[in-house]
Design a protein around this ligand. Structure first.
Ligand code: PHE
Length: 344
């Protein structure tokens, strides 16, 4: 029996030495040490041994088991080390590989122009105010001195939600809201950027929704020359130091006097070109001295303060600034168009 045990040990160690994967290792363990394995098989003969020999055989059997287990454990550990090493090798990151650059979006050209306008006026001490896109008839029209029969109220121009509630047709209602919020304090200097809505048929120069920036200054002794100086400053910051402006009389119910301001064509320097349709001038905004009735609606006493206001379309400024000829490009979401502004 002793010989059988020694022979089994030798055979087992020999086969284990040749085992080259964990699966084989396990097979051999089961074969020699398992419940129905060789060792058990041999020890079953213990009963027929004289009792005095049994401890000796038991000791040898334990040694054999321990020797085989030791080899299995050692090889098992080696296989695991090798596997880890192989995995580390296979999964290494090549840090020298050029990266895959993520596609980065860009600020929409309209928002870029809006931010630029904001920056220019913030630099002149203005604050930014906002108002709701869904307005009441009162703020959008009535308080702005636009009487009930004014053509601007026509169903053709305005999206009405009810008789009293509508989508604002311009950013001018924010003038009233800002004046009321100021509670009579002066000077009030604000700009209000935002979306406005008109019942227009969309084409290259019209859209049912577009963006405006409103400006409002209220204080003692605010004069028309303050307004023109401010707008000249703005035009030069926006279109270049070489441009100039001119004003033409115009009518808006909420200002008196009212004007429209043109900027000299930056493209041709006023010579006349396709961009300015040969006139040398480009219309950029409406403006005027705040009407006394509007000041009153805002909670100011027109005998004590005066003010000026202006309103411009952001799309129009962007068209002129970038030489774009179709407003619909701004809303189409075509990345080939939009990407061109990423680096501007
Ligand atoms: N609200 C006018 C418009 O939408 C623009 C404007 C604003 C004119 C302020 C004068 C003063 O056309």
């Amino acid at each position: 029996m002793k010989e059988r045990l020694e022979a089994m040990k030798a055979e087992a160690l020999g086969r284990l030495a040749e085992a080259s994967d964990p699966g084989r290792l396990n097979e051999l363990r089961v074969h020699y040490l398992g419940k129905k394995g060789q060792l058990t098989e041999i020890l079953r003969g213990m009963g027929s041994l004289p009792p005095e020999e049994r401890p000796e055989i038991g000791r040898i059997a334990n040694e054999v088991r321990a020797a085989i287990e030791a080899v299995i454990a050692e090889k098992q550990a080696r296989f695991e080390r090798e596997e880890t090493a192989a995995r580390l090798e296979a999964e290494t990151i090549d840090v020298t590989l050029p990266g895959r650059a993520p596609r980065i979006g860009a600020v929409h050209p309209l928002m870029k122009v809006q931010q630029e306008i904001e920056d220019i006026f913030l630099g002149m001490g203005y604050a930014i105010a906002e108002g709701p896109e869904v307005e009441t008839d009162f703020f959008n029209f009535e308080a702005l001195n636009i009487p009930k029969n004014h053509p601007a109220r026509d169903m053709q121009d305005t999206f009405y939600i009810t008789d009293e509630i509508l989508l604002r047709t311009h950013t001018s209602p924010v003038q009233i809201r800002a004046m009321r919020a100021a509670g009579g304090r002066t000077p009030l200097k604000i700009i209000c950027p935002g979306k406005v809505f008109r019942r227009d048929d969309d084409d290259a120069t019209h859209s049912f929704m577009f963006h405006q920036v409103e400006g409002l200054v209220v204080g003692p002794n605010i004069r028309m020359s303050d307004m023109l100086g401010t707008l000249l400053q703005f035009a030069r910051a926006m279109f270049g130091p070489q441009v100039t402006i001119r004003q033409r009389p115009s009518f808006f119910p909420f200002v008196e006097p009212g004007a429209e301001v043109d900027v000299s064509c930056a493209q041709c320097g006023g010579e006349g070109c396709r961009m300015c349709k040969g006139t040398g001038w480009l219309e950029i905004l409406g403006c005027g001295m705040v009407h006394p009735r509007v000041l009153e609606h805002g909670g100011y006493d027109p005998k004590e303060v005066t003010g000026f206001a202006f309103g411009m379309g952001i799309e129009r400024i962007a068209l002129l600034k970038y030489g774009i000829d179709d407003i619909r490009l701004f809303y189409g979401g075509d990345v080939r168009f939009l990407r061109q502004f990423a680096k501007m």
